[in-house]
Design a protein. Structure first.
Lengths: 214, 135
């Protein structure tokens, strides 16, 4: 392939199977997604289907069956291509697995951050959680793909270590060397930095000086 | 597992106290922590059958994909430790020497990696936990 790959997914459409006959790949420059076959070893990653160019780069892809049946001849077999784009858009398209064709686009927006997709089950119903600036759950109900916004409650405080490394603090547990720092309490910094002398941290540091620390 | 653009960190979830405990890399043998992690998952093990066909069974193998390669670890759930089984380092291969992994996905039996230049490769684990190139 000539284009650089931006995302890939080999999660099986049928979660009961340990392997996936298809791999879904997104590309940087063309903004397209290809569905490739892994069945035929003589022609590896044979392209079965390609999307139209999207509005932005695909950053997360899933080939997901929202139905309860895993038999493609059954009416409740509902495979969809779901794509999270870099501009915060989520695109979903029904996938005709017999003719290898994508159907009409459904588009929603979750802000301006790149969207990450995760598939999971709730009470036997297969859902997709899309997370960008906001979160949404996609599921099948009343003969159509529904989406439900959810509020994200983040219990874990995430602050950036401006003392030393720009890494985030990853838990709300205070470390022994946690200290007051520019109005914030420095918590668990997972970098291996050596805490600086107290006079430099609690002294007359300005925000500019802290931000430029290595 | 938490990955930043530069490094990887492993935390243990303490459900009783609802806390995360940072695990020192020394106690997690084989885990690559000086690289970001693109994918990490438990994977099934290939079990050869009597008729020549093979099936997949539960295993304690964990696969980690980083920009420099693919590592296989074996977890001991009782002790909470890991041991290094094997790895594929791109720099040590002849065909992918100058490439890095840009994206990866893992399902129960397949590890798919995307390399720079639009290259895709698929691996599975044999019965000993060694990586086998499939496509």
């Amino acid at each position: 392939m000539d284009d650089e790959i931006s995302c890939v997914s080999c999660l099986p459409v049928d979660p009961a199977k340990p392997y996936a006959p298809h791999v879904v790949v997104g590309f940087w420059e063309s903004n397209r997604v290809h569905i490739l076959s892994t069945i035929d070893s003589s022609s590896p990653f044979k392209q079965m289907c390609s999307s139209e160019p999207y509005s932005s780069v695909p950053r997360s892809v899933l080939l997901h069956n929202f139905g309860t049946s895993h038999d493609r001849n059954q009416p409740d077999y509902r495979p969809h291509l779901v794509v999270g784009l870099a501009d915060g858009t989520v695109v979903s398209q029904a996938y005709n697995a017999s003719e290898y064709k994508l159907q009409v686009l459904n588009i929603s927006t979750l802000g301006g951050a790149a969207v990450h997709l995760t598939s999971y089950d709730v009470d036997g119903r297969r859902c997709v959680f899309a997370c960008g600036n906001f979160g949404e759950v996609y599921y099948w109900n009343n003969t159509r793909l529904q989406r439900s916004p959810i509020s994200l409650r983040v219990r874990m405080r995430l602050r950036t270590c401006r003392m030393c490394c720009d890494l985030p603090f990853l838990t709300n547990r205070r470390m022994p060397h946690g200290r007051q720092h520019s109005g914030l309490v420095a918590e668990l910094c997972v970098c291996s930095c050596v805490p600086r002398p107290r006079s430099r941290l609690a002294g007359s540091h300005t925000r500019t000086k802290l931000a430029s620390a290595p | 597992m938490v990955s930043t653009p530069r490094e990887t960190y492993l935390f243990r979830v303490d459900e009783d106290e609802e806390r995360l405990w940072y695990m020192d890399p020394i106690t997690v043998s084989g885990l690559v922590t000086n690289q970001p992690t693109l994918a990490l998952a438990n994977i099934m093990q290939r079990v050869p059958g009597m008729s020549g066909t093979s099936a997949y069974g539960d295993s304690s193998f964990v696969v980690q994909v980083t920009p420099v390669g693919v590592s296989v670890l074996e977890m001991d759930p009782e002790l909470g430790t890991t041991s290094f089984i094997g790895s594929l380092i791109l720099e040590e291969t002849s065909t992918w020497k100058k490439k890095r992994v840009v994206a990866a996905s893992i399902n129960p039996s397949q590890v798919v990696i995307a390399l720079e230049g639009g290259v895709i490769a698929s691996f599975s684990l044999d019965e000993h936990g060694h990586l086998q190139l499939r496509q």
